[in-house]
Each structure stands twice: as C-alpha cells, then as structure tokens.
Design a protein around this ligand. Structure first.
Ligand SMILES: [Zn+2]
Length: 113
C-alpha cells in the first residue's frame, strides 16, 4: 500500500502541490496562533501561582517563586542604576520617574525633593 501511496504522491501535479503548500502554510499559522494563545494562558497561570505564593500558598512552586522574587529585586536594582545615569529620581507620591531638575512631578503634581 505504501508503494501505491508513493506513486500517487509522485503523480500529484504542480498545481496540487502548490495548493498543498498553501494549505500547509495556513495550517502551520493556525498552529502557531493556538500555541501563542496557550503560552499566554500558561503565563497567566504562572502569574496566579506567583500571586498565591505571595499570599502564603506555596503550591509546590516555592523555589521558582523565590527565584522570580530575586529577579524582581534585580530588575529594581537595574532600574535604579538607569535612573542614576539619567540623573532622575522616583516621585515619592506616585512612583513615577522624575528628572532631579524638575520641581514638581509631571504625573501627579507632587513636589519633588
Ligand atoms: Zn508623582
């Protein structure tokens, strides 16, 4: 049977092969789109697990959650370095990034420094 299938495949004309290629491209793009949606949901599940961890519910992912917390701290540290280089500071009222030369926060209007 495999032999006849092969013969059939060989016998397919160019137009059919072209149609197949288009169909395959369409299907592959649908697969990617479904996978993207799955990734999005996986990410949401992960965020919820992390929130649960912060609220004291470990759910067996404590080690990973601790790693995420360390990364959050690292991101904060790096952001502060960027602010230092840009010579800006954080608004004490709303947390917005504000130039040290500015007297009032452009976001909330609070006095800076
Ligand atoms: Zn502000």
């Amino acid at each position: 049977m495999a032999f006849f299938d092969d013969v059939k495949k060989l016998g397919k004309n160019v137009a059919e092969k072209g149609k197949d290629a288009i169909e395959i491209t369409k299907l592959n793009s649908q697969i990617s789109s479904e996978k993207d949606k799955m990734k999005d949901l996986f990410s949401k599940i992960g965020e919820q697990v992390f929130l649960n961890f912060k609220n004291g519910n470990d759910q067996g992912f404590g080690e990973w959650c601790v790693q995420i917390q360390e990364m959050e701290a690292k991101v904060e540290e790096l952001k502060n370095k960027v602010m230092e280089i840009k010579d800006s500071t954080k608004c004490a009222t709303c947390g917005a990034e504000v130039s040290k030369e500015t007297a009032f926060c452009p976001k909330c209007g609070a006095k800076v420094n």
